[in-house]
Design a protein around this ligand. Structure first.
Ligand code: S3P
Length: 747
């Protein structure tokens, strides 16, 4: 029996490997394994004498046999790399041989037919047969094209069956891994469905289109005018016709299913063209473009190597510097989310400017596209939303993935609870740990049916078709997300929906509803809506996000010699706690050119360095600065004396536990802190250098970047990729004003 574990030692773990079929794939497999040292001997078998001779000459195999029976004597592994339609015959011959304990595997592009053929030949699927499929190839063919690197960073799909021997599976896994491949396991049927859709259908279309056009134009004259699009789309029509003929016959059922689905989608497109239905066309094209960008990223990554690198994005911030200049930070995240939501539910076309092209707001945008809303853009912060009305959303084709965005999930849950269709909302690892009971509970009181995972965590399954009743809800926590969720559900509920908040929270939903012409009643701490109104499309100008500006307010305050102007910042009074707290600490922040834009107050903020002092942060300001505490803690660390925060337990359930994570990081940097259940006590002091962890929380990563201005040594911040959720150009703006923070490994 072959010992897979000893593969790590570098000594051969396979005695004899036999590769049947010395084409590009078989030859590359043989050559790669021969070079890996994993096999004592690699033996080739091929019907073609010239291929056998070349395989030995080119060092693809150690030797060749012309008889399959002779080659298989004493074989440990037999790799079947013959054309897929030759597999049946080969398996019938193998079934007559004495194979001992040999592991069988193959490289066929379809798996159902191979498994069927093996069952027929052997009477049952041999336990030591591991079906496989490397997703790799090249326009070259034949043993002379053998390339030991062909599978490096390519996917190889193994399709083990319940009866498959685990040791045999581990061995085949180990061989492909030795070739640098990224091995995955899948069910046979799933493999054939996936490949039919992603590989076989596109080849059929490419072959079909070229033939169809060529047939119609005998002298092929039109091809002289073919542009790049034609060349790109039809590149794969240059593939080996015989091989593809085999694949379509081998994977007939799965290809037919995917082809039929595509045919009806194509008919719908045809009807749209016929009817002059530009809206339908724009919907398909905008959705496809986004999907293509998404696939493009996945394809560009190719394998987990780069993904791991992206997950592990590290910032390095150099100590010192001052902050000067004039910048505009990106659009407000909260308002950007709401512009998509209300624009989609409105009647008519809503134009948005200043939209935040960060991943969180883009998750909301994608969710609405998935629900059938046509949205053009974003292009330089501009969006055109073709509203579908309050009752025009369609079910998304699958679970709606909301990434890191708690706002998307909480607000959408209210809206979706009132729709006639079911929805499933999912998110990334951080979002999957965040509490959703706070929205699910009151929505259930309204009559919604929502299932959560254990402890009220995502995913959320929301059952549609439930009649909602308005409720009067006293929010147990000051949360604009909960309030907004219930107000959105209230647009569809019978009677009044009233939410009373224990302390003021951001009121962008209320303001924007009114901006769309929807009546909202505010009575001190209580906000009410009723169903029955409509939203009328409007123009929205999203101001710069004060939560993003906050990093620079602190930066310019703590760095000596700073003078910075932040343009067009939203100063909605429910958001300006950061300015109030910094001023209480002694910051020099002035509001200039105060004006109102689209229902939201806006100003340019001028901030100059100042000596900060520790304070007891008034609890009333906590909800008004809820997202700014990571960077306010940095201000406190640079201040003279002690800063005390209380009443901020909500910080423990943000994208990370912001109390603990900031306490840990500041401690690493030499600051004395004491975390409490609902806040943090910070003794101002000298910030040193060191390595801290951003925990995938955008605001933690940015806060520690700012801390470098007062640090004695560089600060390395791990796990920073999520800065893109709210502030995609953070590093560029830092560089522009003099904050020396960059992604590790990049200038
Ligand atoms: C937000 C509300 C706040 C805030 C979040 C955005 C919103 O959350 O932290 O970043 O857009 O409504 P809570 O409502 O949970 O406090």
């Amino acid at each position: 029996m072959v010992d897979v574990i000893s593969a790590q030692s570098g000594a051969p773990v396979i005695g004899r490997l036999v590769v049947v079929g010395l084409g590009l794939i078989g030859g590359s497999f043989a050559k790669g394994l021969k070079e890996s040292g994993l096999c004592r001997e690699v033996v080739g078998v091929d019907l073609d004498p010239q291929s056998r001779r070349m395989a030995v000459e080119l060092g693809v195999v150690d030797r060749c046999e012309d008889s399959l029976a002779a080659a298989c004597v004493g074989a440990d592994v037999i790799q079947l790399a013959v054309p897929i339609l030759a597999m049946e015959k080969l398996l019938r011959v193998l079934a007559t041989l004495e194979l001992g304990d040999a592991v069988l595997t193959d490289v066929g592009s379809a798996k159902g037919n191979v498994v069927r053929a093996a069952r027929e030949a052997f009477g049952a699927m041999p336990a030591r047969f591991v079906p496989g499929h490397p997703i790799a190839g090249s326009e070259q063919s034949g043993v002379e094209a053998s390339n030991a690197q062909l599978f490096r960073r390519h996917k190889v799909i193994l399709t083990p069956l319940p009866e498959t021997d685990q040791a045999a599976l581990a061995l085949v896994d180990c061989m492909w891994s030795a070739l640098g491949a990224d091995v995955e396991h899948m069910q046979v049927e799933r493999h054939d469905e996936v490949l039919a859709a992603t590989s076989h259908l596109p080849h059929l279309l490419a072959f079909g289109l070229v033939d169809s056009l060529a047939k119609r134009n005998e002298n092929l004259d039109i091809f002289r005018y073919a542009a790049g699009g034609f060349r790109d789309f039809t590149r794969i029509a240059g593939s080996d016709p015989v091989m593809w003929h085999d694949i379509f016959l081998a994977n007939r059922e799965a290809v037919l299913r995917t082809l039929d689905t595509f045919r009806s989608d194509l008919d719908a497109l045809r009807d749209a063209v016929d009817a002059g239905d530009g809206h339908q066309l724009l919907g398909v094209f905008t959705r496809a473009r986004v999907a293509r960008e998404h696939f493009g990223k996945i394809l560009a990554r190719r394998a987990y190597v780069e993904k791991a690198a992206a997950d592990d994005m590290t910032f390095v911030a150099q100590p010192g510097g001052s902050v000067n200049g004039q910048i505009r930070v990106p659009g407000d995240k909260s308002i950007s989310h709401r512009s998509i939501m209300l624009g989609s539910l409105a009647q008519g076309v809503t134009e948005v400017e200043g939209f935040l092209e960060g991943e969180d707001a883009l998750a909301t945008l994608q969710a609405f596209r998935d629900m059938g809303v046509v949205i053009e853009g974003p292009h330089h912060g501009r969006l055109t939303i073709h509203g579908v009305g309050l009752n025009g959303l369609k079910p998304a084709p699958g679970p709606i993935y909301l990434g890191n965005s708690g706002t998307s999930m909480r607000l959408l849950s209210g809206l979706l609870a009132a729709q006639p269709f079911d929805s499933v909302l999912t998110g990334d690892a951080s979002l999957s740990r965040r509490p959703m009971g706070r929205v699910a509970e009151p929505l259930r009181q309204m009559g919604a049916v929502i299932e959560t995972a254990a402890d009220g965590h995502p995913p959320l399954t929301i059952r549609g078709g439930k009649a909602l009743n308005g409720i009067a809800y006293d929010m147990p926590m000051a949360s604009a997300q909960v309030k907004s969720c219930l107000l959105l559900a209230g647009l569809y509920a019978q009677g009044d929906t009233t939410v009373t908040e224990p302390a003021p929270t951001r009121d962008h939903t209320e303001r924007m509803l009114r901006g769309f012409g929807y009546p909202v009643t505010v009575n001190e701490a209580a906000v009410s809506v009723q169903a029955g109104g409509t939203l009328q499309a409007t123009r929205i100008e999203v101001p710069a996000d004060i939560s993003s500006a906050a990093f620079f307010l602190v930066a310019a305050s703590i760095a000596p010699g700073s003078d910075l102007l932040l343009e067009h910042v939203g100063i909605n009074p429910t958001r300006t706690g950061v300015i109030d707290i910094l001023r209480l600490m002694g910051a020099d922040i002035r509001l200039q050119n105060v004006r109102e834009v689209g229902g939201e107050p806006v100003a340019d903020l001028r901030v100059r360095s100042a000596t900060l002092s520790g304070i007891e942060i008034p609890e009333a300001l906590v909800p008004l600065a809820i997202d700014e505490f990571p960077v306010l803690f940095v201000a406190a660390a640079c201040a003279q004396g002690r800063t005390v925060l209380r009443g901020a337990q909500e910080l423990r359930v943000k994208e990370s536990d912001r109390i603990q994570v900031m306490a840990d990081g500041l401690t690493t940097l030499g600051i004395k802190v004491e975390p409490t259940a609902d806040g943090l006590i910070i003794e101002g002091g000298i910030i040193g250098g060191g390595e801290v962890n951003g925990h995938g929380d955008h605001r933690i990563a940015m806060a520690f970047s700012i801390a470098s201005l007062c640090a004695t040594d560089p600060i390395r911040i791990r796990d920073c990729a999520n800065v893109a959720t709210s502030f995609p150009n953070f590093l560029a703006l830092c560089a522009q004003v003099g904050i020396r923070v960059a992604q590790e490994g990049q200038s």
